[in-house]
Design a protein around this ligand. Structure first.
Ligand SMILES: N[C@@H](CCC(=O)N[C@@H](CS)C(=O)NCC(=O)O)C(=O)O
Length: 208
């Protein structure tokens, strides 16, 4: 049994989607970020930077924080979405997501969506970077069916929930033909639909 420490954010959804994809039994422990649950001392023993997602694998008694590390752990344990022959490419696109795509789109959320008017510089800078990320992902997906090649992998699982915030990005996902094709295909997967709304609140994936 996997315990997932979760909030309904793009980083949280990477792991609920993965757990649905690999069909592992899991239970969710909600971490209410606005109430500050992430700073509770018990949670910080598992996640020292006070961030979700984190997991405890109660079978092996291992706890892991950082979404990329969790995805690799679950992929290795299940033998899915981390094809041995494609690992160099999968690692590359996975790490690009956790180190660049997520953090920079996250800044765009902060400046453009949550605190508009606070910093013109921040708004312009991260809007420009977010558009570049869409363009660069679109270019990659023109050449490749999925991010790391022909097969759906943990790199796609990590990136998808960030693009699923496209309504607040105000960039226009539809304008990016290849990125939209990739997004719509993934958004139809049963496990993705279930994992996206793992708290069963009725939230649906926004179409391109
Ligand atoms: N690099 C981390 C980022 C995790 C992260 O930023 N989590 C956010 C929610 S999406 C969080 O827990 N924020 C709480 C806080 O900063 O207080 C990962 O990929 O797991």
């Amino acid at each position: 049994m996997i315990e997932l420490f979760y909030a309904s954010t793009p980083n949280g959804r990477k792991i609920s989607i993965m757990l649905e994809e690999i069909k592992f039994e899991y239970k969710i422990t909600e971490i209410n970020l606005s109430k500050g649950d992430q700073f509770n001392s018990d949670f910080r023993k598992i996640s020292p930077f006070s961030k979700i997602p984190a997991i405890t694998d109660h079978e092996s008694n291992i706890s892991i924080f950082e979404s990329g590390a969790i995805l690799i752990y679950l992929a290795e344990k299940s033998g899915k979405f981390y094809n041995k022959n494609d690992r160099v490419l999968i690692n590359q696109w996975l790490i690009a997501q956790v180190a660049y795509v997520g953090p920079l789109l996250g800044q765009h959320h902060q400046f453009h969506h949550y605190t508009p008017g606070k910093s013109k510089w921040g708004e312009e800078r991260y809007f420009r970077i977010a558009k570049t990320i869409y363009k660069d992902l679109d270019e990659r997906l023109e050449k490749s069916k999925f991010l790391a090649g022909n097969e759906y992998s943990i790199a796609d699982i990590a990136t998808f929930p960030w693009i699923a915030r496209h309504p607040i990005h105000d960039i226009g996902l539809k304008k990016f033909k290849n990125l939209s094709r990739w997004y719509e295909k993934i958004s139809k997967r049963e496990a993705v639909i279930k994992g996206y709304d793992c708290l069963k609140t009725g939230e649906t994936i926004p179409h391109a």
